[in-house]
Design a protein around this ligand. Structure first.
Ligand code: 3HC
Length: 305
C-alpha cells in the first residue's frame, strides 16, 4: 500500500530556477497548494513569469488542459515580504532551495524550527551541504541538539535533491541526516513520488551520489580545456556524440551555473580533503569574473536569450 505523505500545503523558500521548478511540479503534479517565499521580490516575479510560460507551453503542446494549468497556477501564493519565514508556520512541509551557503541555510532552518509545527517536514534541496549540519541547527530556541526536543526537531530534517530542469528531470535524491526519522524519510519519498519523480537514496556524504560523481567529471573537462587538450566544442561534442550525453560537460557546467559548480566542488574538497575534488583555477577565475554561465549570459558559451 502506498504511504501517505500527508502534505496538504507546501512552503518553498527560494524562487530561483530550482525553487520555481519544485513549486511547478508540486502545484501541477502533486496538486498541492504552495506558498512561495523569497527575500528578493524581483526573484518572485521572475519565477512566476517563468511558471506562466512553462504552463502555457505545456497547454500549447497538448500535455495538459487549460483548466489544469489554471488550477496549478492558482495553487501558488506568495508569502508577504514583511512576514518572511513566519508566513510558512502552518504548512506541512517546507523545501528550502536557496544558494549553497551553509550559514544561510542554518539560519533559515533555525528560524523554521521555531516557527513551524513540530510535525512539519523541513527539507533542503542542497546539492552538497551536509544535511546533518543543517539538521543540527533545526532545534527550537533554548534547546540543545542533544535534548529530547532538540533530537525530535532535527528528526524532521531531510535532503530532497531535485535536478535541473525540475519539470523534466525524473530524479529526486533522498538524503537522510544522521538525525532524520523514518517517518520523515517515508513521507518525503511519498511526496517526491506524488510529484511524479523516481527516488534514489544516498547517505549524507559530501555531494551525495550525484554530485560526488558529476563534479569531478565537469572539473576534469574544465582542466582539459585549460591545458589545451581539445577545444571547448570538441570536448562537449565528444561526450554528446561519443557517449550520448544530452549536453557536453562544459555546456552542462554553464547550465548548472559556474558559481554553483564551484561552491559544490569547494564543499567536496573541504569535506573529503581529496585532491580529485580541487576546483580548477579556470573555474575559479571565471567565477571571479562573474561569468556564471547561462543564468547571466556568459560562461564557456554566450547566451542571448
Ligand atoms: N524547464 C522546463 N522544461 C524544459 C526546460 C526548462 N528549463 N528546458 C527544456 N525543457 C523541456 C522542453 O520544453 C522539452 O519538452 P517537450 O519534450 O515536452 O517538448 C524538453 O524539455 C526537451 O527540451 P528541448 O527540446 O528544448 O531541448 P533538449 O532536448 O536539448 O533538452 C534538456 C533540454 C532537458 C535540458 C537536456 O539538454 C538535458 O537533459 N540536459 C542535461 C540536464 C542535466 O544533466 N541536469 C542535471 C544537472 S545537475 C543538477 O541539477 C544537480 C545540482 O545539484 C547541480
Amino acid at each position: 500500500m502506498a504511504i501517505a505523505h500527508g502534505i496538504k500545503t507546501l512552503g518553498v523558500i527560494g524562487a530561483g530556477q530550482m525553487g520555481l521548478g519544485i513549486t511547478y511540479v508540486a502545484a501541477l503534479r502533486a496538486k498541492v497548494p504552495v506558498q512561495l517565499y523569497d527575500r528578493a521580490p524581483e526573484q518572485i516575479s521572475k519565477g512566476l513569469n517563468l511558471m506562466d510560460k512553462l504552463l502555457a507551453k505545456d497547454v500549447a503542446k497538448g500535455k495538459i488542459q487549460e483548466a489544469e494549468a489554471r488550477q496549478a497556477r492558482e495553487r501558488v501564493s506568495v508569502v508577504d515580504q514583511a512576514v518572511g519565514v513566519r508566513g510558512l508556520r502552518d504548512v506541512d512541509m517546507v523545501i528550502e532551495a536557496v544558494s549553497e551557503n551553509l550559514e544561510l541555510k542554518q539560519r533559515i532552518f533555525s528560524e523554521l524550527s521555531a516557527e513551524t509545527r513540530p510535525d512539519t517536514i523541513l527539507a533542503t534541496n542542497t546539492s552538497s551541504v551536509s544535511i546533518t549540519k543543517i539538521a543540527a541547527s533545526a532545534v527550537p530556541r533554548g534547546e540543545s541538539a542533544a535534548s529530547e526536543r532538540g533530537r525530535n526537531s532535527a528528526g524532521r530534517v531531510v535532503g530532497l535533491h531535485f535536478f535541473n530542469p525540475v519539470p523534466v528531470m525524473k530524479l529526486v535524491e533522498l538524503i537522510s541526516a544522521l538525525q532524520t526519522s523514518n517517518d520523515t524519510l517515508s513521507r518525503s519519498r511519498a511526496f517526491a513520488i506524488a510529484c511524479d519523480k523516481e527516488v534514489t537514496v544516498s547517505k549524507d556524504v559530501p555531494g551525495f551520489v550525484s554530485n560526488a560523481l558529476l563534479m569531478p567529471f565537469i572539473n576534469e573537462a574544465i582542466m582539459w580545456l585549460e591545458k589545451g587538450v581539445a577545444t571547448r566544442d570538441d570536448i562537449d561534442k565528444t561526450l554528446r556524440l561519443g557517449m550520448n550525453h544530452p549536453m557536453g560537460p562544459l555546456q552542462l557546467a554553464d547550465f548548472i551555473g559556474l558559481d554553483t559548480c564551484l561552491a559544490i566542488q569547494q564543499t567536496l574538497y573541504a569535506g573529503t580533503g581529496d585532491s580529485k575534488y580541487r576546483p580548477s583555477v579556470l573555474l575559479e577565475r571565471m567565477v571571479d569574473a562573474q561569468w556564471l554561465g547561462r543564468k547571466n549570459g556568459k560562461g564557456f558559451y554566450e547566451y542571448n536569450d
